[in-house]
Write a protein that binds this ligand. Structure first.
Ligand SMILES: [Zn+2]
Ligand SMILES: [Zn+2]
Length: 185
């Protein structure tokens, strides 16, 4: 099994390798990065945002068509929202095995501060791993330093560490071994 990371052509260039490597290391499953082949559905002109649910519908259709059963994470540059939320860093749908994360609100520039590539890489790793964690059945965690903590702000995101707490790690290991078993049965 491996995690597919679909990197949109508009998403920040040059971060693919460090982001994929770290997501793979934290989850404990190999990850590959390719250019995103999924149709970028869900863009709402008036909001200049993508409806993350519609993009996940599009991903679902793509996975079905290409018979992909493994987890997929799409990385986009456009800002995301979902019904009931003015913006989201990312969104996962476990039933589809698909998730999306956006770099739009992960740059310092977005908040009027000096840009720093390593900050964006760090945040993409945390957000990307968080969404992939959901695809392995992990829920949100109360531990503010755990990857599965749900941040409400960039500060809270930065306060997280690039690790899973012991409890989430245990749940992930169980989920992972069940999935590996699926391959053979
Ligand atoms: Zn979450
Ligand atoms: Zn946790």
């Amino acid at each position: 099994m491996h995690i597919h990371i679909f990197w949109d052509s508009m998403a920040p260039e040059g971060f693919q390798v460090p982001v994929a490597r770290s997501i793979s290391a934290i989850i404990g499953v190999p990850a590959t990065v390719t250019e995103n082949p999924v149709r970028m559905m869900g863009y709402v002109n008036a909001r200049r945002q993508i409806d993350a649910q519609i993009l996940l519908d599009s991903l679902s259709a793509y996975k079905h068509r290409h018979d992909i059963h493994e987890p997929v994470l799409i990385v986009v540059s456009q800002d995301l929202f979902r019904e009931g939320s003015s913006s989201v860093f990312g969104l996962a749908r476990e039933s589809v095995g698909g998730a999306v994360v956006s770099s739009a609100r992960l740059s310092n520039e977005f908040y009027g501060k000096t840009g720093d590539d390593s900050d964006i890489i760090d945040r993409l790793i945390k957000e990307g791993t968080h969404e992939v964690g959901h695809l392995f059945g992990l829920g949100h965690c109360e531990d503010r330093e755990c990857i599965m903590f749900r941040p409400d702000s960039l500060d809270e995101l930065d306060g997280k560490k690039k690790i899973l707490c012991d409890s989430c790690r245990g749940k992930l290991e169980t989920a992972r071994s069940e999935r590996e078993l699926d391959v053979f049965t």
